[in-house]
Design a protein around this ligand. Structure first.
Ligand SMILES: [Mg+2]
Length: 392
């Protein structure tokens, strides 16, 4: 059996261009779907996949680990950057999809079978509508509370917000009070039994991240995400030690060594690999083993398209340390037209029952994808009040 072609299919979904990867084989009708979405890097990733294809055409798609090693190690430069890590992931997901289809079983059956009955999901405040998540003014606490109540009305038992504003390396009390007011409004709106998460987007400096974490500790957040740059794992570890709230990080990490460092430095209680950036399911399974060794929870980053979600869910059904899956459902109104999915989502609680179809259980509607051709992603530039560059 041979790989004959690797295609990329771009689908413009407002904030992101979903990059679907289709690996074709010489077996009639046998192909796999992956996803390599990396917002604002669409052309780079498509080019990287084309470069990697030269290593893979003619190879046996069943040798997933061997091909992964080739993609990561061949041609001198390792696949530990975000663009190549994403390109590798897109192909790797498609290879696992093929592996499941060949054996007629969902991917989670390939990894030892189901370890849970369902996977819990959480949503973004606003369900993935980017204006609600990213552009709700941090001093508009009432809006945070209203959107939180809506998420619970939609069936979710957990949601994530961006209640920490863009903050200069050192500021006084104002941003802290903003964040506190937003989290208090959400807690008041949903009560004590709903899990609230706050993503800092690594906006704060380590010291401001510490102050935010301490200010919000009293609200019992489910987790507090990227309180400082992920390059500053020692600082993140200090924050993790200083508060009771679990710290989460990992969506911008690519190499296994980065994930090892995040764990050995004890920087987090929740590790968030992005299966479409970290090198795919092959690498995610190694990261999960590291999580087991440190008894750290795993909750994949997953705001992208439907193949990413299918992969994140298959992974969840076979991974003991996995606690919850990020999801978006209102990013574009035609999301469900692009894909046929093998799993079912229960509206009450937004839990997902296992996929029963082979592989990742999805099929992409290529005609629908063609209706949404590439467009430049909406720019999201960030500047402080004085005009200096900040972190989005
Ligand atoms: Mg995040």
């Amino acid at each position: 059996m041979k790989i004959t072609k690797i295609e990329t299919h771009i689908c413009h979904a407002r904030m992101r261009n979903w990059i679907f990867v289709k690996v074709l084989t010489d077996q009639p009708g046998l192909h796999g779907w992956g996803e390599a979405t990396l917002e604002w890097h669409t052309r780079s990733v498509v080019g990287a996949i084309e470069d990697l294809s030269s290593l893979l055409i003619g190879e046996d798609p069943r040798r997933i680990e061997h091909l992964w090693q080739m993609m990561y190690r061949q041609h001198f430069w390792h696949g530990n950057g975000i663009v190549r890590g994403t390109a590798i992931a897109g192909i790797d997901l498609a290879l696992w999809d093929i592996a499941g289809k060949l054996r007629g079983v969902p991917c989670h059956e390939l990894w030892g079978g189901r370890v849970r009955d369902y996977v819990r999901t959480y949503c973004h405040l606003g369900g993935g509508k980017m204006e609600d998540f990213y552009d709700t003014a941090p001093d508009d606490a009432k809006r945070f509370g209203d959107l939180a109540a809506q998420m619970v009305a939609d069936g979710f038992t957990a949601f994530k917000s961006m209640a920490v504003p863009e903050t200069m390396p050192i500021e006084g009390l104002r941003p802290l009070h903003y964040a506190e007011a937003c989290v208090k409004a959400m807690r008041d709106a949903v009560g004590p039994n709903i899990d609230i998460m706050v993503d800092c987007h690594a906006r704060p400096s380590p010291r401001m991240g510490m102050r935010f974490a301490q200010a919000l500790d009293q609200y019992g957040l489910y987790f507090f995400e990227e309180p400082c740059w992920p390059e500053q794992l020692d600082d993140m570890a200090e924050i993790q030690r200083a508060v009771a709230t679990p710290i989460a990080t990992g969506e911008r990490l690519v190499s296994l060594e980065n994930f090892r460092d995040a764990l050995t430095k004890k920087s987090c209680s929740v590790l968030q690999p992005d299966i479409t950036h970290c090198g795919g399911l092959t690498q995610a399974r190694r990261i999960a083993a590291l999580c087991d060794a440190h008894h750290v929870a795993l909750a994949p980053h997953n705001p992208q398209g439907p193949v990413s979600t299918a992969a994140a869910l298959e992974f969840g059904f076979a991974t003991p340390s996995y606690i919850i899956c990020e999801s978006v459902h209102l990013d574009v109104p035609w999301r469900q037209d692009v894909v046929s999915e093998g799993f079912t989502i229960e509206k009450k609680g937004r839990i997902v029952r296992p996929n029963t179809r082979p592989g990742l259980g999805i099929e992409i509607n290529e005609a629908e994808v063609k209706r949404h051709p590439f467009q430049q992603e909406l720019l999201q530039r960030s500047f402080y009040a004085d005009g200096a560059v900040g972190d989005w």
